[in-house]
Design a protein around this ligand. Structure first.
Ligand SMILES: Nc1ncnc2c1ncn2[C@@H]1O[C@H](COP(=O)(O)OP(=O)(O)OP(=O)(O)O)[C@@H](O)[C@H]1O
Ligand SMILES: [Mg+2]
Length: 241
């Protein structure tokens, strides 16, 4: 498959802490790629760099044939990069359906309220909820959904504009075994051309990926203003399976 996203030499520091350092990544269209590593290894930071919510200090990112290193997150979303956060960001008092409609509406770029547009998006969004097994919760306030359903809704939001690349930060975090299966089924059931990069601690879920990138601990600095001690392991390694 053609390369959809490639990142070269990505680096991002918080003060003197290099959270992501020298990361190279190549994601093919339709790939299911796991990011693994210990707490603080820079997984979330790397997703921020790919989504455009953080800029790299150095390195470059190409997506679907164009350089997006300096492209902002809204434009990247319109180009086809969808994402879900480590902690789902939902409008708790709005219905599950309206959360998806709003996400889809944002992608249309339309600002004015239009009932016909709402009906069209609501119908499409209901289909999406149906495919994720959430249709029974469509009218329920999103804030009252159980944790596992919220995770699924978060994925529905990220899918609102049929992204070419879906970035998921720990989609299975905190899920009971009973909720794990529906989520894995949803990820397996995504269109084959949709690439997914996901941060995951659950190795059973990781074994379903087509490639894995392992991030080591970030480079840390001693309190001394002159000496900087790199962590012993390499910053990133990629395992294609
Ligand atoms: N906004 C920030 N300001 C300062 N340091 C930060 C910030 N965000 C992250 N860090 C630090 O950067 C490093 C990488 O953080 P990041 O959240 O990317 O790791 P992670 O691999 O996602 O960790 P986890 O598995 O706990 O979610 C950590 O040492 C973290 O404390
Ligand atoms: Mg994280």
């Amino acid at each position: 498959m053609a390369v959809l996203l490639s990142a070269t030499g990505l680096r991002r520091a918080y003060g003197r802490l290099a959270a992501v350092d020298g990361v190279n990544l190549r994601i093919a269209a339709g790939a299911r790629h796991a990011l693994i590593g210990p707490n603080g290894a820079g997984k979330t930071t790397l997703l921020h760099l790919l989504a455009g919510t953080l800029r790299p200090a150095s390195g470059s990112i190409r997506f679907a044939g164009r350089d997006i290193t300096r492209t902002g997150p809204a434009r990247r979303a319109r180009l086809g990069i969808g994402r879900s956060l480590q902690t789902p960001a939902l409008f708790g008092s709005l219905s599950t359906l309206d959360n998806v409609v709003l996400a889809a509406w944002r992608h249309t770029g339309a600002s004015a309220w239009a009932p016909a547009r709402y009906r069209q998006l609501a119908s499409r969004s209901l289909d999406r909820l149906e495919s994720l097994g959430l249709a029974d919760h469509a009218r329920q306030p999103a804030g009252t959904l159980p944790h596992g359903r919220r995770r699924l809704l978060d994925i529905a939001l990220a899918l609102a504009d049929d992204p070419k690349l879906l970035l998921l930060d720990e989609p299975t975090a905190g899920l009971e075994d009973a909720d794990l299966q529906p989520l894995v089924a949803v990820l397996s059931g995504l269109p084959p051309e949709t690439a997914v990069v996901f941060v995951e601690h659950n190795l059973v879920v990781c074994t379903r990926s087509s490639g894995t990138t392992g991030l080591a601990r970030p480079r840390s600095c001693t309190p001394s203003p002159v000496s900087c001690v790199p962590a012993p392991a390499a910053s990133a390694s990629t395992i294609e399976t």
